[in-house]
Design a protein around this ligand. Structure first.
Ligand code: BES
Ligand code: MN
Ligand code: ZN
Length: 514
């Protein structure tokens, strides 16, 4: 998709579709009507506002309305997308609206689009959000469909070029072009992460995930993949325990970005850890048929981390960034780890297995210890860790844990600016008894109550003296239905927050002149 900016009245711009994102007040209050809407309505003899009213389009944040212009303006069709109340507006509202607009445009086979950016206090975040919404909304995962796919149009179907029209009184700035470029990089990485998650588990094996990571080497990242022998040498007993039930060899994947400047290269890194269970059957504590259907999603944390690394390679922040993923399957077999087994972690702590389906925390525990050993500035882990987090926060909100307030705040703020919804959850000693074991230092799963907290408490035991933030993405990793810029299936959640976190840290470094 190509992006450009056009001057002048959107009503006179030629395109297959002209998109007008509108606030409720654009329709309900004449004095607040945007210049773009007024101009288009005038050019079409007043039928836009009349038809919108007849069809009940009020500019609500989930509404979309299409109108054929029959040659009365250069754009063949008009698509109105609601932004809701002006007072509640933020760039995420525009991102979602842009996603809906591009889906509507694709349905009428539009190739070119003029997109009238709405007036906002800060235009830069809106430009970025619009670009992301348009690209994320264009995503489809249909490579396994032989029918129902638009075969003729093939891979490059959909909207090819977008011209942004700026609101009245806003002049084009260089920063807008930079936001377009950034939005493109981010969206491309999110869509790539979505692909990794949407691929069936029989395809996206630990080996394939390692191959995907290796593809990042072409961007200048250093990729190291270790097999079982080497993982044994590293004494990652929890990772090995989970992996032993599968015929597929575990892969310890490390991706490293190191700045060119030797001074920057020595700074403490940002460490990212992603859960990389390529399929979670539950192991011998087998899941139900229903509970297992979506378990290819259990590597969504590592998909987000890999997606973020892809952008990091292009942004080149002035500090190292390292990613760690323990990739394996959780399978039942004659080789599988058993309830009652005791595993010895890399840190030396022992764990009694009470449920083989609480596997993520075991692999992550060894990864967190390993990540701590190189003394990074912060560790952020992303994991589809617990059904309990989905019960607590639903499909759209990521749970965030951590004891270092500054670290947690920085991640929450990055998420806010990226348009991803995070909610801080407590890590509290009150829950500690949940993991007490009679035979080992702790057990891997406790009572059901507070299940998402218990998992976070478990992880905490394996972080050594490092500010750490844990994100449980079990709910948001998948969208249950098509919505805004999401399709049903993988969302790529986490990429945007991680990129924003690193961008903000980079900006702080620059400001401090370090
Ligand atoms: N991968 C699952 C969590 C999950 C559930 C992710 C639904 C996405 C959607 C995790 O490994 C798991 O099985 N957790 C158990 C923990 C329990 C056994 C303590 C759970 O949530 O039931
Ligand atoms: Mn599990
Ligand atoms: Zn799992």
């Amino acid at each position: 998709m190509k992006f450009s900016f056009v001057d002048g009245d959107p009503a006179s711009s030629k395109a297959d579709v002209l998109v007008l994102p509108l606030f409720e007040s654009d329709l309900s209050e004449k004095k607040n009507r945007s210049a773009a809407l007024s101009a288009v309505d005038r050019a079409l003899g007043g039928i836009v506002l009349a038809a919108a009213q007849e069809e009940g389009f009020q500019g609500k944040a989930d509404q979309t309305f299409t109108l054929h212009t029959h040659g009365r303006i250069p754009a063949a069709r008009l698509v109105l997308v609601g932004l809701g109340a002006r007072a509640k507006f933020d760039p995420e509202v525009l991102r979602l609206a842009a996603g809906r607009a591009v889906k509507t445009a694709a349905k009428v086979k539009a190739k070119t689009l003029t997109f009238a950016l709405p007036p906002a206090r800060e235009m830069e975040p809106c430009v970025k959000a619009a670009v992301e919404g348009l690209l994320l909304g264009s995503y489809k995962f249909d490579r396994y469909r032989t029918v129902g796919r638009d075969a003729k149009s093939g891979r490059n179907a959909g909207v090819q070029s977008v011209s942004f029209a700026l609101p009245d009184g806003v002049a084009h700035a260089r920063a807008f072009d930079e936001m377009v470029a950034l939005g493109q990089k981010v969206a491309e990485a999110v869509n790539w992460a979505r692909n990794l998650v949407n691929e069936p588990a029989g395809v996206m094996t630990p080996q394939q995930l390692a191959a995907e990571a290796r593809s990042l080497a072409s961007l200048g990242l250093k990729v190291t993949v270790r097999g079982r022998k080497e993982i044994e040498k590293l004494r990652m007993g929890m990772f090995l325990g989970v992996a032993q039930g599968s015929v597929k060899e575990p892969q310890f994947i490390e991706v490293a970005y190191t700045p060119k400047n030797p001074k920057d290269a020595k700074k403490p890194a940002v460490a990212l850890v992603g859960k990389a269970i390529t399929f979670d059957s539950g192991g011998l504590s087998l899941k139900s048929a229903e509970g297992m259907v979506d378990m290819k999603t259990d590597m969504a944390g590592s998909a987000a981390v890999l997606g973020a690394m892809r952008v990091v390679a292009q942004l080149k922040p002035p500090f190292p960034v390292r990613a760690y993923m323990g990739a394996c399957e959780n399978m039942p077999s004659g080789h599988a780890y058993r309830p009652g087994d005791v595993l010895v972690s890399r840190l030396g702590k022992t764990v009694e297995i009470t449920n083989t389906d609480a596997e993520g925390r075991l692999v992550l525990g060894d990864m967190l210890t390993w990540a701590s050993e190189s003394k990074p500035a912060i560790i952020v882990d992303l994991a589809t860790l617990t059904g309990a987090c989905m019960i607590a926060l639903g499909h759209h909100i990521v749970g965030a844990w951590g004891e270092d307030d500054e670290a947690v705040e920085s991640v929450l703020e990055a998420a806010r600016s990226a348009g991803e919804m995070l909610w801080r959850m407590p890590l509290h000693e009150l829950q500690r008894d949940a993991l007490r074991s009679e035979v080992a230092d702790m057990k891997n799963s406790g009572e059901r109550w507070g299940g998402a907290i218990n998992a976070a408490m478990f992880l905490k035991e394996f972080v050594v003296d490092t500010p750490w933030v844990h994100l449980d993405i079990a709910g948001p990793s998948q969208s249950p239905k098509e919505r805004g810029y999401h399709q049903k299936g993988a969302t790529g959640v986490g990429v945007r927050t991680l990129v924003e976190l690193i961008r903000r840290r980079a900006a702080e470094e620059m400001q401090a002149g370090r």
